[in-house]
Design a protein around this ligand. Structure first.
Ligand code: AMP
Length: 453
């Protein structure tokens, strides 16, 4: 399946593809076309830029027959208005020579106009979850006619707190339908949706296309706990020449903030995660892009939309729970023929995860001895002491003993968990009082004293 001819797509679609100037299918398109066309449930782990939109649109359009039925047969749900518009634009380009009615619906626009548009008849409805559900509630949109459901950017859906809306939409859909999920990163929510709604899905993972893995030098260090890892990080970051633009991935928002407080390089460090306000996130990214900050601490989900060049070093402060996320992380360095460094930290608990990464890559990451001059801390974070964690939206729990079979369904009962607080609730809880600079310096001192012990 190396060419579009191999797909045997109808002439009108092929002509549209030719107009777009696409020469051959991207890897995710090659991986997904026949599975989706055959009607299988499908899970694709692929980032923006891999051609994932056309990966699901092409088989859907190939199969969609002309109809003047009023209610939609295909539902595509995406987390943001921008993405909804982008998807409809792609549909329009692909359907240049076929008669397909598509419609974009999203919040912030007139509900009545959109109701009228639905009543005019639509084949493919693309929208954000809340507006889609409101239209369904108003009875103008009837979801019982849906044959195919696509959820795009599932990880961002959860990040935006759309879980309830999605659940409400699912309840209105016919049980017999094809489900197609796309997510940039593998998260427990993807697993959960897969377990709850999909039937024998086919799963494919694609790393950013063309990631020049051989230009990235990889190293791994064993460090037993958070503060020991922080000491090691401080030690490594003191080599400013080698590590001149450093992206540090952490497993949770709490760890991101904690690491920021603990690092020695306050003036050179920014932090972003989904608990930070948009404004703060933009500033952090700008500072990292223009070089004001040498170091950016980030969680997986939040970092994925940012395209920053010339990153010298990617540090995985935690070992990702899903091995494919490691590939996504290190794809941020070593771009455009440049040399990049990837440094992975793991502790005893994370060892099976490190092995899963190595087996996915079919490569054993060179192990570097823990430097003598770095302090090993005995201090533990509350989470390391076994205190209950606030649920995080990034990479959620998975049983490390499950090892490399990352495509296995996790046991449903292992995932019973507390409903996530809404975004605004979390922000309120977290930033009840403004965090003043003075507070931060105090905390920083406290943390520094702690870890020297
Ligand atoms: P996406 O990952 O869906 O956001 O797509 C990223 C970009 O790749 C979009 O501008 C697409 O139009 C483009 N694209 C999709 N498929 C192909 C292809 N087979 N060849 C070249 N470009 C493509």
């Amino acid at each position: 399946m190396n060419t579009f001819e191999d797909f045997k797509i109808k002439r009108q679609l092929k002509n549209a593809i030719d107009d777009l100037g696409f020469e051959k299918p991207t890897p995710i398109q090659q991986e997904s076309y026949s599975s989706i066309l055959a009607g299988n449930d499908f899970v694709g782990i692929a980032q923006t830029g891999t051609g994932k939109t056309i990966a699901y649109l092409l088989p859907i359009l190939q199969e969609l027959k002309y109809s003047d039925q009023q209610q939609p047969r295909v539902l595509i749900i995406a987390p943001t208005r921008e993405l909804v518009i982008q998807i409809v634009e792609e549909i329009n380009k692909l359907t240049e020579y076929i008669s397909v009615r598509s419609l974009a619906v999203y919040g912030g626009t007139n509900m009545k106009t959109q109701q009228a548009a639905v009543l005019e008849g639509v084949d493919i409805l693309v929208g954000t979850p809340r507006r889609m559900y409101d239209l369904a509630l108003s009875n103008v949109l009837r979801l019982k006619s849906i044959k195919k459901l696509v959820i795009d950017e599932v990880d961002i859906m959860l990040d935006f707190g759309f879980k309830t809306q999605l659940k409400n939409i699912f309840e209105q859909l016919p049980t017999k339908r094809q489900n197609i999920l796309f997510s940039a990163t593998m998260t427990e929510y993807v697993d959960q949706l897969t377990d709850d709604f999909l039937v024998n899905p086919i799963k494919k993972t694609i790393s950013i296309s063309g990631t020049p893995l051989d230009t990235i030098s990889q190293e791994v260090y064993a460090a037993e706990n958070f503060y020991t890892k922080a000491n090691l990080l401080n030690h490594l970051l003191s080599d400013r020449d080698k590590h001149n633009k450093v992206l540090v991935f952490v497993g949770s928002r709490k760890d991101a903030d904690r690491l920021y407080e603990t690092l020695d390089f306050e003036e050179e460090t920014s932090v972003i995660h989904s608990g930070k306000e948009q404004n703060h996130r933009m500033k952090s990214i700008d500072k990292f892009v223009d070089g004001t900050s040498r170091i950016l601490i980030a969680t997986d989900v939040i970092s994925r939309g940012i395209d920053i060049e010339k990153i010298s070093t990617v540090i995985s402060f935690n070992t990702p729970l899903y091995p494919e996320n490691y590939i996504h992380r290190i794809g941020r360095t070593g771009r455009a023929e440049q040399e990049g460094n990837s440094i992975l930290f793991y502790n005893e608990k994370e060892e099976p995860l490190k092995e899963a990464i190595e087996s996915l890559m079919k490569y054993t990451i060179p192990f570097i001895e823990f430097p003598d001059e770095v302090e090993v801390s005995t201090e533990l974070t509350p989470e390391e002491q076994g205190k209950p964690e606030e649920e995080e939206e990034v990479e959620l729990k998975r049983d490390p003993n499950k090892g490399a079979s990352h495509h296995e369904k996790s046991a449903k009962n292992s995932k019973a968990k507390v409903e996530k607080k809404s975004y605004s609730q979390q922000l309120k809880a977290k930033y009840k009082k403004p965090i003043r600079r003075g507070d931060k310096i105090q905390n920083k001192k406290k943390n520094k004293n702690r870890r020297r012990k």
